[in-house]
Design a protein around this ligand. Structure first.
Ligand SMILES: [Zn+2]
Length: 203
């Protein structure tokens, strides 16, 4: 299914000396988006397009805005750092706790494994989903999937680990995520309202 494009509308760019265009796109599935093109050479040097989503009454809306390239680069750097720290923490978990983790469940029935992982079914996944997962990938693969930052709380609870190094790595990630959230907040506030204000007559 192809996108249908509206006529492009022109708006003043952030520096005010040129303009950019926005073309609305829609398709037969009721999807909407827009395509933004910066035509000001000066703003093309300093600004990049930032895309983000908001959710309102179950509908996801996509927004675009021009953002200083410096802010975009800072955010991209923070996201890369978070990704790398998470990978590194996963490797650390595998190295120091992988065997302990897997052998913890070794003699248990599959249902007991599920009961322990989910605290008696209090958390995701449901028993049937859990069975589905292990039918697809096997129990070892399923257990290995827990050896990552996002499931750290579960591992700490079950193995009762007290590890300062691990705690400090987790704190680093939490701090980086807080910083990245602030950066995103700053980007959304500083740019979103600015540039869509003045319409240049197109004909
Ligand atoms: Zn400009």
């Amino acid at each position: 299914m192809s996108w249908e494009a509206s006529e492009a509308r022109s708006y003043f760019c952030p520096c005010g000396e040129g303009h950019y265009t926005v073309t609305d796109l829609s398709d037969d599935w009721g999807r909407y988006d827009s395509s933004w093109a910066m035509l000001c050479p000066k703003c093309r040097e300093t600004h990049g397009l930032y895309t983000f989503h908001t959710c309102c009454s179950g509908l996801t809306e996509t927004h675009h805005a021009w953002v200083s390239k410096k802010l975009l680069a800072d955010l991209a750097e923070a996201m890369t750092q978070i990704r790398e720290e998470k990978i590194s923490l996963g490797l650390y978990l595998e190295k120091w706790y992988g065997d302990v983790w897997r052998s913890h469940f070794k003699l248990m029935s599959r249902k007991n494994v599920w009961l322990i992982l989910t605290e008696n079914g209090k958390h995701y996944p449901s028993l049937s989903t859990f069975y589905n997962h292990i039918r697809h990938s096997g129990i070892i693969k399923k257990l290995n999937d827990y050896l990552r930052y996002d499931d750290l709380e579960i591992i700490l609870r079950i193995l009762k680990i007290n590890d300062e190094e691990l705690e400090s790595r987790a704190k680093t990630i939490r701090d980086l995520e807080r910083l990245a959230n602030l950066q995103e907040e700053k980007i959304r506030q500083s740019t979103y309202k600015k540039s869509r204000v003045f319409v240049i007559p197109t004909s």
